[in-house]
Design a protein around this ligand. Structure first.
Ligand code: SAM
Length: 287
C-alpha cells in the first residue's frame, strides 16, 4: 500500500495537506480490519468521509451506492476521474460538517458510514453522526481516530478519561473496539499519536424523546464543565434552578449530595435529567 500511495501522489502531482489531517492509511492488515468490520453487502449505501486517494474506497464498489465526501478539491477531482466508470459512486466536494447528512440519507436503506477520520475534527464528526435521527436506517459507523479519543468514548465512571463524550456516545450507541492500537507506522505521513478503530452501532429504543435527550445532554455537558466542583456546584442556576432544588432531585434518586459528574453513571444522569425536567415543567404550569 505504501508504494501504491506514493505512486498515486507522484503521478497525479498531489500535495499532502496537513491542514486537512491527511495521514493516508498504508497498512493492508489495518485496511482489512476496517473492511471486515463494515460487513459489506451489495444492498449497502456506504458513505465514506475523507476518502483521500480512494484506496480504501476501492473495496466498497460492490455496494449499491457509494457516497464520498472530500473537502480537498484536488483530491475530489482525482476521485471523480478515478471512479468515473463506477456509476454507483458519487463524489461530493465539501466539508462534511457543513453537509446535511439526513437529507442525503432520506429514503435510503442499509446505510453504513466509514472513515479514517481527519483527527482535527474527529469528535465533531462522531457527534454529528451519533445525532442522526433514528428514523434513518443507519446500521453502523466504523471510524479510525486518535486512541485518546477512543478511550474517552469507551471510558467508565471514576476513570480520568470519563466525560460528556463518553456519556453521549454510550447513550446513543453500542460501541466495539475493532483495533485498540494502530501504530503511527501505518500512515503516510506518520501522525504523532497511536490510533484506534471503533464501531458504533446506533441504538434506537430510547426511553426518552428527542427533546428530552437534548435536555439530558445539555445537563451532562454542564455537569462536566468544572471538573473539580461537585455536581451541585456545577449545576447551580442550571435553567434557573437553585442548588436546593437540584439537591432534592439527587436525594430522590439516592445520589450523594457531594457527588461529582465523573462518578455518575448514564442511568444516574438520565434520572437526574428527568427529575429536573419535572420541576421545570411544574414551575411552568404554575406560572
Ligand atoms: N481515507 C484516506 C485514507 O484512509 O488513507 C484518507 C484519510 S485522511 C486521515 C483524512 C481525509 O479527510 C483527507 O483526505 C482529508 O482531505 C479529508 N478531510 C479533512 N477534513 C475534511 C472535512 N471537513 N470534510 C471532508 N473531508 C475532510
Amino acid at each position: 500500500m505504501l508504494n501504491k500511495t506514493l505512486d498515486l501522489i507522484k503521478k497525479n502531482g498531489l500535495i499532502l495537506k496537513k491542514k486537512y489531517g491527511q495521514n493516508f492509511l498504508i497498512d493492508d492488515n489495518i485496511m482489512q480490519k476496517i473492511i471486515s468490520a463494515l460487513e459489506l453487502d451489495k444492498n449497502d449505501l456506504i458513505l465514506e468521509i475523507g476518502p483521500g486517494l480512494g484506496i480504501l474506497t476501492e473495496n466498497f464498489l460492490i455496494a449499491r451506492k457509494v457516497i464520498l465526501i472530500e473537502i480537498d478539491e484536488t483530491a475530489a477531482i482525482f476521485l471523480k476521474n478515478k471512479f468515473d466508470k463506477n456509476k454507483n459512486v458519487q463524489v461530493i466536494n465539501s466539508d462534511v460538517l457543513k453537509i446535511d447528512l439526513e437529507k442525503i440519507f432520506e429514503g435510503e436503506k442499509n446505510i453504513k458510514i466509514v472513515s479514517n477520520l481527519p483527527y482535527y475534527i474527529s469528535t465533531a464528526v462522531i457527534t454529528k453522526c451519533l445525532e442522526i435521527k433514528k428514523n434513518i436506517d443507519l446500521k453502523f459507523m466504523v471510524f479510525m481516530m486518535q486512541k485518546e479519543v477512543a478511550e474517552r468514548i469507551l471510558s467508565a465512571p471514576n476513570k480520568k478519561s470519563y466525560g460528556s463524550l463518553s456519556v453521549f456516545a454510550q447513550y446513543k450507541s453500542d460501541i466495539l473496539f475493532i483495533e485498540k492500537n494502530v501504530s503511527p507506522n501505518c500512515f503516510l505521513p506518520k501522525p504523532k499519536v497511536t490510533s484506534s478503530i471503533i464501531k458504533f452501532i446506533p441504538k434506537n429504543n430510547f426511553e426518552i424523546d428527542d427533546a428530552e435527550q437534548k435536555f439530558l445532554f445539555s445537563l451532562v455537558k454542564k455537569s462536566f464543565s468544572k471538573r473539580r466542583k461537585t455536581l451541585i456546584n456545577c449545576l447551580d442556576n442550571f435553567c434557573g434552578l437553585s442548588k436546593n432544588k437540584i439537591a432534592n432531585v439527587l436525594a430522590q434518586n439516592n445520589l450523594d449530595l457531594n457527588i461529582r459528574a465523573e462518578s455518575m453513571t448514564i442511568n444516574d444522569f438520565t434520572n437526574l435529567s428527568l427529575g429536573i425536567k419535572k420541576i421545570l415543567d411544574s414551575e411552568k404550569i404554575a406560572s
